[in-house]
Ligand binder design. Structure first.
Ligand code: SF4
Length: 227
């Protein structure tokens, strides 16, 4: 059946099935042992490749406890030195210190109270914190609080538009999230998030996508253009 004969829901389902066959999905519980740690790791990951995010987070953990108490008291230069491999490390160090102080002051150093709140309310609280944008909030809501949201990172945004799951002209975070959340079953949001990232890292790279060997090339309207 040609691409044009498949409706978008069918195509979305087929793409997800093929991606499941080609990539490993990590266990969600391994991605969040503590919402504060996930928050700090996600702040570090902004505009930074995964390998450097991991190194920066490991350096920071080796040098100080990843708790609001410890990071609120830390010298910004010590945080900077620990996360230097990450992009925008100076700015991120200031944000890490500020967000830690705020969580300590407003929420007694705990973030897990948001788990029992309705999603919109929990999201609003997270978005009120320094350095927390929609992606960071949604990652905490999905990975830690197990809420049904689909976080959009740079890979998910690029790949879903190339695949035609989201119209190309939609570039706004909330528009992309709404389109993908409409297309997929909420039980699949975590898988969709992880698998589109995996596809974006390995085949559908920002520059020089490897369309010829891409496992979903026969379902992708952009395959010829990039081939
Ligand atoms: S065929 Fe090319 S453009 Fe389409 S998803 Fe695969 S790598 Fe990306």
């Amino acid at each position: 059946m040609g691409l044009s004969m498949l409706d978008s829901a069918d195509r979305a389902k087929k793409i997800l099935r093929i991606l499941r066959e080609n990539f490993h999905i990590p266990n969600m519980s391994e991605l969040c042992s503590d919402p504060f740690k996930t928050l700090i790791r996600t702040i570090i990951s902004q505009s930074t490749a995964e390998a450097n995010t991991r190194r920066a987070f490991e350096n920071l953990s080796a040098n100080m406890s990843i708790t609001p108490e410890s990071l609120a008291e830390a010298d910004t230069r010590d945080i900077e030195n620990a996360i230097r491999v990450a992009g925008l490390y100076r700015n991120k160090s200031i944000i890490i210190k500020r967000v830690s102080a705020m969580i300590l002051e407003k929420f007694n150093g705990k973030l897990d109270f948001i788990y029992s709140l309705p999603t919109d309310e929990a999201r609003k609280i997270l978005l009120s914190l320094p350095g927390v944008g929609p992606k960071t909030a949604d990652i905490i809501l999905l990975f830690c609080a197990k809420k049904t949201v689909l976080p959009i990172d740079t890979h998910v945004s690029r790949v879903s538009r190339r695949l035609g799951l989201v119209p190309k002209e939609k570039v706004n975070y909330e528009d992309i999230r709404a389109e993908l959340e409409r297309l997929y079953d909420p039980r699949d949001y975590f898988a969709v998030h992880m698998l589109l990232i995996a596809l974006g890292r390995t085949f559908c790279r920002a520059i020089g996508p490897r369309c010829r060997s891409c496992p979903v090339n026969n379902l992708c309207p952009s395959a010829e253009k990039h081939a």
